[in-house]
Write a protein that binds this ligand. Structure first.
Ligand code: GLN
Length: 372
């Protein structure tokens, strides 16, 4: 059993066993409270530059399979778990979590007290950390974590965005292996800004009748408007929203001209385009059990989330309506700009992983485009 050490910038260290690839990795240490869905989490490009700790103790039970990839490869730079089971017990599994991580060169650690780590991050905030399977000297690792650059001011979205535009017309797959539902006739041409998107979002857009053209993050508003799309979709993505080069200006150039729907980083960029402000949260929201209240209907949705920044509600006063709030901490979870036919949510209606309470938002976007 190979040893591994996790060291945080504030000097806290944990000793455990190596999981996945051997080596050393540096990233912001965050935690996710989802009980399942580790493969979708690892392959969510919003985790670029982050070491993800799974708060639930037992991981790896369903192994890994090609169907659960949210993008081509894992984007998290490290993984921390209490116990990674050595056996994958699911008919879809093609390999174990350990083999999957090794194959993709992701360094992880298991066998540490993840309750202590999660409580520490909750109390002291997310911070930079190092996992090493090679160097076990806590002092040296703490020093490297201390020197690592944090998330604030980092434009990570431009780096993971697609280089070329492409058309996406595939409806969501049927995970039970049955014949998938036929795709509905496409009624809407949607341009999706790729800031680091999860594939499920595209499937669910297709499911409500969209023909989606995915474009690089830096595509100009003029180029997009010239194509006369029915709607614009702003995807999720990693890093600091305020650092995404030129994105706020591009979105400001689109607002009011065509319906807009934004998710997570897309929601934050929409707020910035309005002249709002975003800020770094203490430890963020990551999990599949975040309660969100729709202030229009009073209804509560249980949502899937993954973000470390948030929109400052005072900064969007008079520019947008705060449509949803988080019931745990009162932070902004949704914005609506009725005059501009635009809306956005901080949480993930595509779930993957998580509950499907909010999937209706894709239909709401379709209705907005249909003028209903
Ligand atoms: N999932 C996302 O789009 C995350 C948005 C942003 N990177 C944040 O951490 O807040």
């Amino acid at each position: 059993m190979k040893r591994a050490v996790l060291a945080l910038a504030d000097g806290t260290t944990f000793e455990g066993r190596a999981l996945g690839a051997s080596g050393e990795t540096v990233g912001e240490v965050v935690f996710n409270t989802s009980m399942t869905g580790y493969q979708e989490i690892l392959t969510d490009p919003s985790y670029v530059g982050q070491i993800v700790t799974m708060a639930y103790p037992e991981m790896g039970n369903v192994g890994a399979n090609p169907g659960d990839q949210e993008s081509a490869k894992p984007h998290a730079v490290g993984m921390v778990v209490r116990n990674a089971t050595e056996q994958a017990s699911n008919w879809r599994a093609q390999e174990t979590l350990d083999v999957y991580l090794k194959r993709h060169g992701i360094v992880g650690i298991e066998g540490i007290d993840t309750r202590r780590l999660v409580r520490h991050v909750r109390t002291h905030g997310a911070q930079m950390g190092v996992i090493s399977t090679e160097d076990h000297s806590p002092a040296a690792l703490v020093e490297r974590a201390r020197k690592a650059r944090g998330m604030e001011g980092l434009d990570l979205a431009t780096g993971v965005s697609t280089q070329e535009s492409y058309l996406f017309t595939t409806p969501s797959p049927n995970l039970l292996g049955e014949v998938p539902r036929p795709a509905p006739e496409p009624r809407f041409d949607v341009v999706a800004y790729d800031y680091g998107l999860k594939r499920s979002m595209l499937h669910f857009l297709v499911d409500v009748g969209c023909r989606v053209k995915v474009v690089p993050a830096g595509t100009s508003a003029e180029a997009v408007l010239a194509e006369k799309p029915h709607g614009i979709f702003l995807a999720n993505g990693p890093g600091d929203p305020a650092a995404v080069k030129g994105a706020d200006k591009v979105v400001a150039g689109l607002l009011g001209k065509v319906p807009v729907f934004g998710i997570c980083l897309g929601h934050q960029i929409l707020a910035l385009a309005l002249g709002g402000r975003t800020y770094k949260m203490k430890f963020g929201h990551r999990g599949a059990n975040q309660p969100v209240k729709d202030l229009t209907t009073g209804k509560v949705e249980i949502t899937s989330q993954n973000h470390g920044f948030a929109v400052d509600d005072a900064s969007v006063k008079g520019k947008a309506v705060v449509s949803h709030i988080n019931l745990n901490d009162g932070t902004v979870e949704g914005l609506s700009i009725p005059d501009a036919r635009a809306f956005s949510v901080q949480y993930h209606p595509e779930a993957s992983p998580g509950p499907h309470d909010a999937r209706y938002l894709f239909s709401r976007f379709a209705k907005l485009m249909a003028g209903e």
